[in-house]
Design a protein around this ligand. Structure first.
Ligand SMILES: NC(=O)c1ccc[n+]([C@@H]2O[C@H](COP(=O)([O-])OP(=O)(O)OC[C@H]3O[C@@H](n4cnc5c(N)ncnc54)[C@H](OP(=O)(O)O)[C@@H]3O)[C@@H](O)[C@H]2O)c1
Length: 248
């Protein structure tokens, strides 16, 4: 039985808490959060807002905002255990002997169900024995574990920001245009789905279509004039130019 404590109650933490608590081979020892408010949701579990009250566990999984991870890890008093963070961009901490990374390469939102089955988890540890423990944790969730060092993880995270976060922002712009013009965003969903599906059979470079790829100047200029928001005009110009340079 692997004993795990989760630190944080946000998007990532909530999904790990849910998965760990349902798994009979994992004991969810405790849940920590710096504020008591969100811990109310977890009143049936052992919870704490005090790091000095952390109970012994095999793994402390730190799922908090990147900017506060290092400071919090230094205050954890259970340094005989593995302390793993879930950030895509933070390196291992030199000062912590059993510091580790357990980075799930997926987008998590609290109110959206997600399955850990086959989900890639990038693991980095200082000790081989710790890698095995975190690999076991990933296996128990039926996730796929990968040995990824800090540099590789930072590059994967950078790529992930392009293919997920930036793409989602573009969905948001499309959604805003539809709302302003009273058009149903749902009409775009088969297109969004097919765009994502297509990269299973073609590399993205080969899958590109649209006015920028065709260099349809009249359409491009009309689109820029249709946009009221100068930031969106700039995004349109930058992306159009980037696509055009790709196919020069
Ligand atoms: N969301 C994703 O899709 C995703 C995917 C992979 C990896 N990650 C990584 O997972 C980690 C958590 O991301 P998230 O999206 O779950 O973030 P989140 O939803 O914003 O949750 C952040 C957590 O950090 C806590 N927190 C905020 N300020 C703090 C402080 N000063 N000290 C201690 N705790 C503090 C928050 O508590 P309160 O809410 O009570 O303030 C909350 O529990 C990050 O390292 C992120 O890079 C995220």
């Amino acid at each position: 039985m692997l004993k795990v404590t989760v630190l944080g109650t946000g998007n990532v933490a909530s999904h790990f808490i849910n998965a760990f608590s349902k798994n009979s081979d994992i004991q969810l020892v405790q849940i920590f959060n710096h504020k008591a408010e969100t811990l109310k949701t977890y009143s049936s579990f052992d919870t704490t807002t005090q790091l000095e009250n952390l109970k012994p566990a095999d793994v402390y999984l730190v799922c908090i905002k990147d900017d506060y991870i290092e400071g919090l890890i230094h205050k954890i008093n259970q340094h005989k255990a593995i302390v793993a963070h879930t950030s895509g961009s933070l390196p291992l901490l030199d000062s912590i002997n059993r510091d580790a990374v357990f980075y799930p390469l997926q987008t998590f939102s609290k109110d959206k169900n997600i399955t850990f089955k086959d989900l890639p988890i990038c693991i980095e540890t200082k000790h081989k024995s710790d890698f095995k423990i975190l690999q076991t944790l990933a296996n128990l969730l039926e996730a796929k574990s990968y040995a990824v060092n800090s540099e590789q993880r930072q590059d994967m995270h950078l790529a992930a920001v392009f293919v997920c976060n930036f793409v989602n922002h573009l969905y948001h712009i499309g959604h805003e245009i539809c709302s302003q013009k009273q058009l149903p965003f749902d009409i775009l969903k088969p297109l969004i789905q097919e765009t994502a599906d297509k990269i299973n059979s073609k590399i993205p470079r080969e899958a590109q279509t649209g006015p920028a790829k065709r260099n349809d100047k009249t359409t491009i200029n009309r689109h820029i004039h249709q946009l009221d928001n100068p930031d969106y005009q700039e995004i349109y110009r930058y992306l159009t130019s980037s696509i055009q340079k790709t196919y020069e």
